[in-house]
Ligand binder design. Structure first.
Ligand SMILES: Cc1cc2nc3c(=O)[nH]c(=O)nc-3n(C[C@H](O)[C@H](O)[C@H](O)COP(=O)(O)OP(=O)(O)OC[C@H]3O[C@@H](n4cnc5c(N)ncnc54)[C@H](O)[C@@H]3O)c2cc1C
Length: 382
């Protein structure tokens, strides 16, 4: 079904070779332990065109599709889950600017992402409102030629030393809790009045900073409004349709990486006088893992392909995300099991893959949120 084109095969090979040459296991363990972003690798990846391959060429991207981005993200996460996640999320939410921002915003802010000069973050969640963005409290009040942003966002990826945030704000208090009063505003991270406090060590995804970001009367030009005033929620939904496919690609790569390591291990490890790969029960576990990964890959590719053909299908994106993330969790757990006690040790990496899988499952909304999105489309208006 998915016969890759010659170019796509070359891109996948190039990403695989790059990851093989540049992702060092010991360095990855060290960076993960310290919670450091793999900056040098990111810059090299950007130089070679792996970051933002789906961005238009006029903004420094590769002018290719989400499908090609999926292939790269999958290969990176397969070779090293934590580095892969960090690189895949380096330009998180910048697609909101690309999709809806004015020419001026795009020209000013987008090229820094594929060039590896800038990170970006999506400041959507608030402490009391993780999934229901219609109830956010952060405000953007128009004063002369500026928006004044006030509020606190939580769990912001790349929060801190970032180039810019896409901030979800309430721009029209007259709308009450209505989503029509919510908009997206671009806020440069260096503006006075912004405080970013790192949340510290997490279970997984530790090479990407996550911060609580406070906006204390932060002024930005009115031209920093992204897209249409009052359309922040529908723009966010449209962004999630794309972002969920990229989360799914991270999960597929993560699952494949845990699987690769397991396959190698069971062929080498001997118990009761034979390789553990020789036990029927092990073989069936491997068969189940391989089947799940293939299914997750197929739905992820299908979602990416459909989006590249201009047909946004939120149902399929959420299905891909939920299927792939669950697969990564199940494959990761089984990988640890097949490694036995060694699976629990940092050295064998599968424990890190398992921890990273859990983060992917949470990013972009819990399973509840994904199922809400699927059911909302499948059932329609009641
Ligand atoms: C590492 C990490 C990075 C993140 N990065 C970002 C980021 O860059 N930007 C950003 O804005 N956010 C980010 N988030 C936030 C993330 O999107 C939220 O954590 C997630 O949406 C869940 O929200 P919550 O934590 O408030 O949980 P809650 O929404 O409080 O959910 C708690 C539990 O209640 C369940 N639940 C919630 N609503 C319902 C319902 N209606 N019916 C039944 N059950 C329900 C959930 O499934 C869950 O099990 C990040 C989170 C993590 C962990």
């Amino acid at each position: 079904m998915f016969g890759l084109s010659k170019t796509q095969i070359e891109i996948r090979k190039a990403a695989r070779d790059f990851a093989k040459g540049e992702f060092d296991k010991d360095q990855a363990c060290e960076l993960e332990k310290k919670g450091e972003f793999p900056e040098k690798i990111w810059k090299k990846a950007a130089d070679l065109g792996f970051i933002g391959i789906h961005f238009p060429e006029e903004y420094g991207g590769g002018g290719l599709g989400i499908f090609e981005n999926v292939l790269i993200v999958e290969e990176f996460c397969r070779r090293d889950s934590s580095i892969g996640i960090a690189l895949a999320l380096a330009g998180f939410a910048s697609e909101c600017v690309l999709r809806f921002g004015s020419d001026e915003l795009r020209e000013t802010f987008i090229s820094g992402i594929p060039e590896g000069k800038m990170l970006s973050g999506g400041a959507f969640s608030e402490t009391e409102r993780g999934g229901d963005f219609t109830r956010i409290k952060t405000t953007a009040v128009k004063k002369d030629e500026e928006w004044i942003i006030t509020g606190k966002k939580t769990h912001v990826l790349n929060g801190g030393d970032t180039g810019f945030y896409v901030v979800l704000c309430r721009t029209d208090s007259a709308c009450g809790a209505d989503e029509q009063g919510i908009s997206m505003v671009l806020v440069e991270s260096g503006r006075p009045g912004i405080t970013a406090v790192d949340v510290g060590r997490k279970l997984g995804g530790n090479m990407t900073a996550t911060a609580d970001v406070s906006f204390n009367d932060v002024p930005v030009p009115v031209s920093n409004l992204i897209g249409i005033q009052g359309k922040g929620i529908s723009q966010l939904d449209s962004f999630w349709d794309e972002a969920r496919i990229v989360f799914a690609a991270q999960a597929v790569g993560n699952a494949q990486g845990a699987f690769d390591r397991t396959l190698e291990y069971i062929k080498g490890r001997e118990q009761f006088g034979r390789k553990i790969a020789g036990f029927k029960v092990t073989q069936h576990k491997i068969a189940d893992m391989a089947t799940k990964i293939e299914l997750a890959r197929l739905i992820t590719y299908q979602a990416a392909l459909i989006m590249d053909h201009g047909k946004s299908d939120g149902r399929l994106s959420a299905m891909a995300k939920i299927t792939a993330a669950r697969t990564a969790m199940e494959v990761g757990a089984q990988a640890i099991q097949l490694f036995g006690g060694y699976g629990f040790m940092t050295e064998y990496e599968v424990e890190r893959y398992y921890r990273d899988a859990k983060v992917i499952e949470l990013l972009g909304g819990t399973q509840t949120i994904q199922k809400d999105a699927i059911a909302g489309i499948v059932i329609g208006k009641i």
